[in-house]
Design a protein around this ligand. Structure first.
Ligand code: ZN
Length: 431
Protein backbone atom coordinates (compact mmCIF):
# COMPACT_ATOMS: atom_id res chain seq x y z
CA UNK A 1 0.00 0.00 0.00
CA UNK A 2 1.36 3.41 -0.93
CA UNK A 3 1.97 6.35 1.32
CA UNK A 4 -0.05 9.54 0.68
CA UNK A 5 1.81 12.74 -0.13
CA UNK A 6 0.89 14.20 3.28
CA UNK A 7 1.96 11.04 5.12
CA UNK A 8 5.25 11.11 3.22
CA UNK A 9 5.82 14.77 4.08
CA UNK A 10 5.21 14.09 7.77
CA UNK A 11 7.37 10.98 7.97
CA UNK A 12 10.29 12.60 6.14
CA UNK A 13 10.05 15.56 8.50
CA UNK A 14 10.06 13.14 11.45
CA UNK A 15 13.22 11.46 10.14
CA UNK A 16 14.90 14.88 9.87
CA UNK A 17 13.83 15.73 13.44
CA UNK A 18 15.28 12.48 14.77
CA UNK A 19 18.47 12.98 12.77
CA UNK A 20 18.87 16.43 14.33
CA UNK A 21 18.35 15.09 17.86
CA UNK A 22 20.95 12.56 19.04
CA UNK A 23 20.65 13.76 22.68
CA UNK A 24 17.88 15.43 24.75
CA UNK A 25 19.85 18.70 24.50
CA UNK A 26 19.80 18.47 20.72
CA UNK A 27 16.10 17.50 20.72
CA UNK A 28 15.31 20.67 22.66
CA UNK A 29 17.58 22.78 20.41
CA UNK A 30 15.85 21.41 17.29
CA UNK A 31 12.42 21.96 18.87
CA UNK A 32 13.40 25.57 19.66
CA UNK A 33 14.61 26.10 16.11
CA UNK A 34 11.27 24.92 14.72
CA UNK A 35 9.28 26.97 17.24
CA UNK A 36 11.20 30.15 16.43
CA UNK A 37 10.63 29.62 12.73
CA UNK A 38 6.90 29.49 13.58
CA UNK A 39 6.92 32.76 15.54
CA UNK A 40 7.34 31.45 19.10
CA UNK A 41 9.45 33.69 21.33
CA UNK A 42 11.75 32.50 24.10
CA UNK A 43 10.97 33.13 27.77
CA UNK A 44 13.33 32.74 30.71
CA UNK A 45 12.10 31.22 33.98
CA UNK A 46 14.16 33.81 35.92
CA UNK A 47 12.42 36.81 34.34
CA UNK A 48 8.96 38.33 34.66
CA UNK A 49 6.70 37.40 31.72
CA UNK A 50 4.29 39.52 29.66
CA UNK A 51 1.68 37.32 28.00
CA UNK A 52 -1.00 38.52 25.57
CA UNK A 53 -3.87 36.36 24.27
CA UNK A 54 -2.74 34.54 21.12
CA UNK A 55 0.96 35.04 21.95
CA UNK A 56 3.33 32.12 21.24
CA UNK A 57 6.16 31.35 23.62
CA UNK A 58 8.44 28.64 24.85
CA UNK A 59 10.58 28.09 27.93
CA UNK A 60 13.25 25.47 28.67
CA UNK A 61 14.67 23.92 31.81
CA UNK A 62 18.17 22.40 31.95
CA UNK A 63 18.22 22.77 28.12
CA UNK A 64 16.75 19.27 27.99
CA UNK A 65 13.05 19.87 28.74
CA UNK A 66 10.80 22.38 27.00
CA UNK A 67 7.27 23.76 27.31
CA UNK A 68 5.78 25.73 24.39
CA UNK A 69 2.38 27.35 24.43
CA UNK A 70 -0.13 29.55 22.62
CA UNK A 71 -2.00 31.78 25.08
CA UNK A 72 -5.75 31.15 24.78
CA UNK A 73 -8.36 33.74 23.85
CA UNK A 74 -9.98 33.11 27.24
CA UNK A 75 -8.45 32.77 30.69
CA UNK A 76 -7.39 29.22 31.70
CA UNK A 77 -10.01 29.24 34.48
CA UNK A 78 -12.72 29.51 31.80
CA UNK A 79 -11.25 27.43 28.98
CA UNK A 80 -8.56 25.20 30.53
CA UNK A 81 -5.34 23.87 29.03
CA UNK A 82 -5.06 21.47 26.09
CA UNK A 83 -1.75 19.73 26.47
CA UNK A 84 0.42 17.11 24.78
CA UNK A 85 3.18 15.58 26.89
CA UNK A 86 6.11 13.47 25.68
CA UNK A 87 9.79 12.88 26.47
CA UNK A 88 13.05 13.94 24.89
CA UNK A 89 15.37 11.25 26.31
CA UNK A 90 16.09 7.73 25.08
CA UNK A 91 18.03 4.85 26.65
CA UNK A 92 21.71 4.92 25.74
CA UNK A 93 25.33 4.64 26.96
CA UNK A 94 26.82 7.64 28.79
CA UNK A 95 30.51 8.30 29.41
CA UNK A 96 31.71 8.32 33.02
CA UNK A 97 33.49 11.48 34.29
CA UNK A 98 36.91 9.79 34.37
CA UNK A 99 35.86 7.27 31.72
CA UNK A 100 39.03 6.72 29.77
CA UNK A 101 41.22 3.71 30.52
CA UNK A 102 43.61 1.30 28.81
CA UNK A 103 43.32 -2.49 28.66
CA UNK A 104 45.20 -5.06 26.59
CA UNK A 105 46.56 -2.31 24.37
CA UNK A 106 43.11 -0.81 23.69
CA UNK A 107 41.76 2.54 24.78
CA UNK A 108 38.26 2.29 26.18
CA UNK A 109 35.60 4.57 27.60
CA UNK A 110 33.73 3.46 30.70
CA UNK A 111 29.98 3.96 30.37
CA UNK A 112 26.92 4.04 32.56
CA UNK A 113 23.70 2.55 31.23
CA UNK A 114 21.03 5.26 30.96
CA UNK A 115 17.50 3.82 31.21
CA UNK A 116 16.29 0.39 30.06
CA UNK A 117 18.78 -0.24 27.27
CA UNK A 118 18.52 -3.34 25.05
CA UNK A 119 22.24 -3.85 25.51
CA UNK A 120 22.75 -6.31 22.65
CA UNK A 121 21.52 -3.71 20.16
CA UNK A 122 24.51 -1.50 20.98
CA UNK A 123 27.07 -4.13 19.98
CA UNK A 124 28.78 -3.99 16.59
CA UNK A 125 27.46 -0.53 15.80
CA UNK A 126 29.43 2.48 14.63
CA UNK A 127 29.04 4.95 17.47
CA UNK A 128 29.15 8.74 17.40
CA UNK A 129 29.01 11.01 20.42
CA UNK A 130 26.75 13.87 21.48
CA UNK A 131 25.68 15.92 24.49
CA UNK A 132 26.98 19.01 26.23
CA UNK A 133 30.36 20.10 27.51
CA UNK A 134 31.01 22.91 30.00
CA UNK A 135 34.32 24.60 29.25
CA UNK A 136 36.28 27.24 31.16
CA UNK A 137 36.47 30.20 28.82
CA UNK A 138 36.41 33.36 30.99
CA UNK A 139 33.87 31.53 33.18
CA UNK A 140 31.89 28.37 32.52
CA UNK A 141 30.39 28.14 29.02
CA UNK A 142 28.17 25.31 27.83
CA UNK A 143 28.80 23.92 24.35
CA UNK A 144 26.61 21.46 22.50
CA UNK A 145 28.68 18.69 20.97
CA UNK A 146 27.75 16.37 18.18
CA UNK A 147 30.16 14.06 16.37
CA UNK A 148 28.73 11.73 13.73
CA UNK A 149 32.03 10.18 12.74
CA UNK A 150 32.27 6.55 13.92
CA UNK A 151 34.42 7.04 17.02
CA UNK A 152 33.85 3.87 18.96
CA UNK A 153 32.35 0.39 18.97
CA UNK A 154 31.31 -2.37 21.37
CA UNK A 155 32.67 -5.41 19.49
CA UNK A 156 30.87 -8.72 20.01
CA UNK A 157 32.88 -11.76 20.95
CA UNK A 158 33.42 -14.09 17.97
CA UNK A 159 31.11 -17.10 17.98
CA UNK A 160 34.21 -19.36 17.96
CA UNK A 161 34.98 -18.04 21.45
CA UNK A 162 31.36 -18.18 22.65
CA UNK A 163 29.86 -21.33 21.07
CA UNK A 164 26.71 -21.43 23.20
CA UNK A 165 25.61 -17.86 22.51
CA UNK A 166 22.73 -18.67 20.14
CA UNK A 167 21.22 -21.32 22.42
CA UNK A 168 21.80 -19.66 25.76
CA UNK A 169 21.41 -16.04 24.72
CA UNK A 170 23.85 -13.17 24.78
CA UNK A 171 24.62 -12.23 28.38
CA UNK A 172 26.06 -8.76 28.79
CA UNK A 173 27.40 -7.33 32.04
CA UNK A 174 27.11 -3.54 31.98
CA UNK A 175 30.44 -2.92 33.71
CA UNK A 176 32.49 -5.64 32.05
CA UNK A 177 31.13 -5.95 28.52
CA UNK A 178 29.71 -2.56 27.48
CA UNK A 179 32.66 -0.09 27.51
CA UNK A 180 33.31 0.76 23.83
CA UNK A 181 36.79 0.62 22.37
CA UNK A 182 37.85 3.95 20.89
CA UNK A 183 41.46 3.35 19.85
CA UNK A 184 44.79 1.71 20.54
CA UNK A 185 47.22 2.78 23.21
CA UNK A 186 49.74 5.37 22.06
CA UNK A 187 48.22 6.46 18.77
CA UNK A 188 45.83 9.31 19.57
CA UNK A 189 45.22 12.20 21.96
CA UNK A 190 43.79 11.50 25.41
CA UNK A 191 40.00 11.64 25.41
CA UNK A 192 39.80 14.99 27.22
CA UNK A 193 42.32 16.55 24.83
CA UNK A 194 40.40 15.20 21.87
CA UNK A 195 37.22 16.63 23.41
CA UNK A 196 38.89 20.01 23.96
CA UNK A 197 39.76 20.22 20.26
CA UNK A 198 36.19 19.28 19.28
CA UNK A 199 34.66 22.07 21.37
CA UNK A 200 37.31 24.65 20.52
CA UNK A 201 39.34 25.06 23.71
CA UNK A 202 43.08 24.58 23.98
CA UNK A 203 43.47 21.61 26.35
CA UNK A 204 41.69 18.98 28.39
CA UNK A 205 42.20 21.16 31.47
CA UNK A 206 39.68 23.63 30.02
CA UNK A 207 36.91 21.00 30.18
CA UNK A 208 35.09 21.49 33.47
CA UNK A 209 32.40 18.85 33.05
CA UNK A 210 30.30 17.04 30.45
CA UNK A 211 27.23 14.92 29.82
CA UNK A 212 28.05 12.84 26.76
CA UNK A 213 26.29 9.87 25.25
CA UNK A 214 26.82 7.55 22.32
CA UNK A 215 24.50 7.21 19.33
CA UNK A 216 24.48 4.87 16.35
CA UNK A 217 25.55 6.93 13.35
CA UNK A 218 23.43 5.11 10.75
CA UNK A 219 20.82 7.54 9.41
CA UNK A 220 17.05 7.16 9.98
CA UNK A 221 15.29 5.84 6.88
CA UNK A 222 12.04 4.61 5.36
CA UNK A 223 12.23 0.81 4.94
CA UNK A 224 10.42 -2.30 3.70
CA UNK A 225 9.60 -3.54 0.18
CA UNK A 226 6.77 -1.04 -0.17
CA UNK A 227 8.04 1.62 2.23
CA UNK A 228 5.72 0.56 5.08
CA UNK A 229 8.29 1.06 7.83
CA UNK A 230 10.68 3.52 9.35
CA UNK A 231 13.98 2.28 10.73
CA UNK A 232 15.39 4.83 13.13
CA UNK A 233 16.86 5.38 16.58
CA UNK A 234 14.93 7.20 19.34
CA UNK A 235 11.44 6.77 17.89
CA UNK A 236 10.63 6.33 21.59
CA UNK A 237 9.89 9.09 22.12
CA UNK A 238 10.94 11.67 19.54
CA UNK A 239 8.11 10.46 17.29
CA UNK A 240 5.61 11.70 19.89
CA UNK A 241 7.47 15.01 20.40
CA UNK A 242 7.43 15.50 16.65
CA UNK A 243 3.68 14.86 16.37
CA UNK A 244 2.83 17.22 19.25
CA UNK A 245 5.16 19.94 18.01
CA UNK A 246 3.95 19.72 14.41
CA UNK A 247 0.35 19.86 15.59
CA UNK A 248 0.87 22.88 17.86
CA UNK A 249 2.65 24.79 15.09
CA UNK A 250 0.03 23.85 12.49
CA UNK A 251 -2.86 24.94 14.73
CA UNK A 252 -1.24 27.99 16.35
CA UNK A 253 -2.55 30.62 13.92
CA UNK A 254 -6.19 29.73 14.52
CA UNK A 255 -7.38 31.42 17.75
CA UNK A 256 -9.17 29.17 20.25
CA UNK A 257 -10.42 29.76 23.80
CA UNK A 258 -8.12 27.25 25.52
CA UNK A 259 -4.41 27.72 26.14
CA UNK A 260 -2.61 25.07 24.10
CA UNK A 261 0.77 23.67 24.97
CA UNK A 262 3.31 20.92 24.59
CA UNK A 263 5.52 19.69 27.45
CA UNK A 264 8.52 17.61 26.42
CA UNK A 265 10.51 16.24 29.34
CA UNK A 266 13.94 14.82 29.88
CA UNK A 267 14.55 11.84 32.18
CA UNK A 268 11.38 9.80 31.56
CA UNK A 269 13.51 6.73 30.94
CA UNK A 270 14.98 6.90 34.44
CA UNK A 271 11.74 7.60 36.31
CA UNK A 272 11.32 11.38 35.82
CA UNK A 273 12.58 12.27 39.30
CA UNK A 274 14.72 15.30 38.38
CA UNK A 275 14.40 19.07 38.36
CA UNK A 276 13.54 19.01 34.66
CA UNK A 277 11.65 15.68 34.73
CA UNK A 278 7.89 15.09 34.73
CA UNK A 279 7.84 14.50 38.50
CA UNK A 280 9.39 17.94 38.99
CA UNK A 281 7.70 21.33 39.09
CA UNK A 282 8.41 22.55 35.54
CA UNK A 283 4.95 22.28 33.97
CA UNK A 284 3.18 23.25 37.20
CA UNK A 285 5.31 26.39 37.41
CA UNK A 286 4.46 27.34 33.81
CA UNK A 287 0.72 26.65 34.18
CA UNK A 288 0.53 28.62 37.42
CA UNK A 289 2.13 31.64 35.75
CA UNK A 290 -0.32 31.37 32.85
CA UNK A 291 -3.23 31.41 35.31
CA UNK A 292 -1.80 34.33 37.27
CA UNK A 293 -1.00 36.38 34.16
CA UNK A 294 -4.65 35.97 33.15
CA UNK A 295 -5.59 37.58 36.47
CA UNK A 296 -6.44 34.38 38.33
CA UNK A 297 -5.85 33.44 41.97
CA UNK A 298 -6.02 30.12 43.78
CA UNK A 299 -9.57 29.28 42.77
CA UNK A 300 -8.80 30.08 39.13
CA UNK A 301 -5.79 27.75 39.36
CA UNK A 302 -7.97 24.87 40.52
CA UNK A 303 -10.70 25.64 38.00
CA UNK A 304 -8.19 25.80 35.14
CA UNK A 305 -6.79 22.37 35.93
CA UNK A 306 -10.23 20.86 36.34
CA UNK A 307 -11.08 22.02 32.79
CA UNK A 308 -7.91 20.62 31.22
CA UNK A 309 -6.91 17.53 29.27
CA UNK A 310 -3.48 16.14 28.56
CA UNK A 311 -2.67 13.69 25.79
CA UNK A 312 0.33 11.83 27.23
CA UNK A 313 2.03 10.50 24.11
CA UNK A 314 4.61 7.73 24.26
CA UNK A 315 5.23 4.82 21.95
CA UNK A 316 3.22 1.60 22.10
CA UNK A 317 4.12 -2.06 21.57
CA UNK A 318 3.03 -3.35 18.16
CA UNK A 319 2.51 -7.10 18.02
CA UNK A 320 5.72 -8.87 16.93
CA UNK A 321 5.11 -11.69 14.41
CA UNK A 322 7.77 -13.92 15.97
CA UNK A 323 6.61 -13.30 19.55
CA UNK A 324 2.85 -12.80 19.19
CA UNK A 325 2.24 -14.68 22.45
CA UNK A 326 3.69 -11.71 24.35
CA UNK A 327 0.48 -9.81 23.62
CA UNK A 328 -3.05 -10.30 24.85
CA UNK A 329 -4.99 -11.95 21.98
CA UNK A 330 -7.50 -9.14 21.76
CA UNK A 331 -5.03 -6.27 22.09
CA UNK A 332 -2.45 -6.59 19.35
CA UNK A 333 -1.65 -3.18 17.89
CA UNK A 334 -0.66 -3.23 14.21
CA UNK A 335 1.82 -0.93 12.51
CA UNK A 336 0.24 1.77 10.29
CA UNK A 337 -3.19 1.10 11.82
CA UNK A 338 -3.33 4.29 13.86
CA UNK A 339 -2.75 5.59 17.39
CA UNK A 340 -2.97 3.17 20.31
CA UNK A 341 -4.82 3.99 23.54
CA UNK A 342 -2.93 2.41 26.45
CA UNK A 343 -4.96 1.22 29.42
CA UNK A 344 -3.93 -0.32 32.72
CA UNK A 345 -6.31 -1.03 35.60
CA UNK A 346 -3.50 -0.44 38.08
CA UNK A 347 -2.94 3.07 36.69
CA UNK A 348 0.49 2.52 35.16
CA UNK A 349 -1.14 4.61 32.43
CA UNK A 350 -3.24 7.73 33.13
CA UNK A 351 -6.01 6.60 30.78
CA UNK A 352 -9.59 6.67 32.12
CA UNK A 353 -12.91 6.05 30.38
CA UNK A 354 -13.76 9.72 29.89
CA UNK A 355 -10.33 10.75 28.62
CA UNK A 356 -10.35 7.72 26.30
CA UNK A 357 -13.76 8.74 24.99
CA UNK A 358 -12.51 12.25 24.30
CA UNK A 359 -9.55 10.88 22.35
CA UNK A 360 -11.65 8.42 20.35
CA UNK A 361 -14.05 11.18 19.39
CA UNK A 362 -11.14 13.33 18.18
CA UNK A 363 -9.93 10.43 16.04
CA UNK A 364 -13.37 9.79 14.57
CA UNK A 365 -13.82 13.45 13.66
CA UNK A 366 -10.72 13.33 11.44
CA UNK A 367 -11.15 9.72 10.25
CA UNK A 368 -8.17 8.28 12.07
CA UNK A 369 -8.46 4.64 13.23
CA UNK A 370 -7.73 3.88 16.90
CA UNK A 371 -6.32 0.74 18.52
CA UNK A 372 -6.28 -0.54 22.11
CA UNK A 373 -3.41 -1.92 24.16
CA UNK A 374 -3.38 -3.57 27.53
CA UNK A 375 -0.53 -5.70 28.80
CA UNK A 376 -1.01 -9.46 29.17
CA UNK A 377 -2.37 -9.98 32.68
CA UNK A 378 0.62 -12.14 33.62
CA UNK A 379 3.28 -9.60 32.54
CA UNK A 380 4.26 -6.39 34.32
CA UNK A 381 3.26 -3.16 32.63
CA UNK A 382 5.54 -0.24 31.75
CA UNK A 383 4.58 3.32 32.59
CA UNK A 384 4.77 6.87 31.22
CA UNK A 385 4.77 10.47 32.38
CA UNK A 386 0.94 10.33 32.31
CA UNK A 387 0.30 9.08 35.88
CA UNK A 388 2.97 11.41 37.30
CA UNK A 389 1.35 14.43 35.71
CA UNK A 390 -2.22 13.56 36.61
CA UNK A 391 -1.14 12.88 40.21
CA UNK A 392 0.83 16.08 40.58
CA UNK A 393 -1.44 18.45 38.65
CA UNK A 394 -4.90 16.98 39.04
CA UNK A 395 -5.67 17.08 35.31
CA UNK A 396 -7.38 14.41 33.21
CA UNK A 397 -5.12 12.54 30.80
CA UNK A 398 -5.10 9.77 28.24
CA UNK A 399 -2.03 7.70 27.40
CA UNK A 400 -1.62 7.09 23.70
CA UNK A 401 1.19 6.29 21.30
CA UNK A 402 2.10 5.01 17.89
CA UNK A 403 2.83 1.29 17.56
CA UNK A 404 6.45 0.20 17.14
CA UNK A 405 8.87 -2.73 17.42
CA UNK A 406 12.35 -2.94 18.95
CA UNK A 407 11.54 -0.41 21.67
CA UNK A 408 14.72 0.73 23.51
CA UNK A 409 16.98 -0.72 20.85
CA UNK A 410 19.75 1.46 19.43
CA UNK A 411 17.78 1.13 16.18
CA UNK A 412 14.00 0.95 16.46
CA UNK A 413 11.23 0.35 13.95
CA UNK A 414 7.82 1.87 13.34
CA UNK A 415 5.29 2.56 10.56
CA UNK A 416 5.63 5.18 7.82
CA UNK A 417 1.92 6.13 7.88
CA UNK A 418 1.39 6.32 11.64
CA UNK A 419 3.21 9.65 12.16
CA UNK A 420 0.72 11.49 9.94
CA UNK A 421 -2.26 9.84 11.68
CA UNK A 422 -1.08 10.91 15.14
CA UNK A 423 -0.21 14.41 13.92
CA UNK A 424 -3.68 14.74 12.36
CA UNK A 425 -5.44 13.86 15.64
CA UNK A 426 -3.28 16.21 17.72
CA UNK A 427 -3.75 19.05 15.24
CA UNK A 428 -7.50 18.54 15.55
CA UNK A 429 -7.17 18.49 19.36
CA UNK A 430 -5.50 21.90 19.19
CA UNK A 431 -8.00 23.31 16.68
ZN1 ZN B 1 9.11 6.22 26.02
Amino acid sequence: MGVSAEARRVVEDLLAYIEASPSPFHAVAETMRRLEAAGFGRLDERESWRLEPGARHYVTRNDSSIVAFVVGAEAPAEAGFRMVGAHTDSPNLRIKPQGEYEKQGYRQLGVEIYGGVLLASWTDRDLGLSGRVVVDSDGPRTRLLRVDRPLARVPQLAIHLNRAVNDEGLKLNAQQHMPPVCGLVGDEPAFRDWLAAEVGVSSGRDILSFELMFHAVERPTIGGLGGDFIFAPRLDNLASCHAGLGALIAAAAKPVAATRLVAFYDNEEIGSGTNQGAAGSFLEDVLLRLVEKAGGGHEAWTRARARSLMISADMAHAVHPNYADRHDDRHMPRINAGPVVKTNANARYATQAESTAAFIRLCREVEVPVQDFVMRSDLGCGSTIGPLITTRLGVAAVDVGNPMLSMHSAREMGGSRDPELMTRVMTHFYS
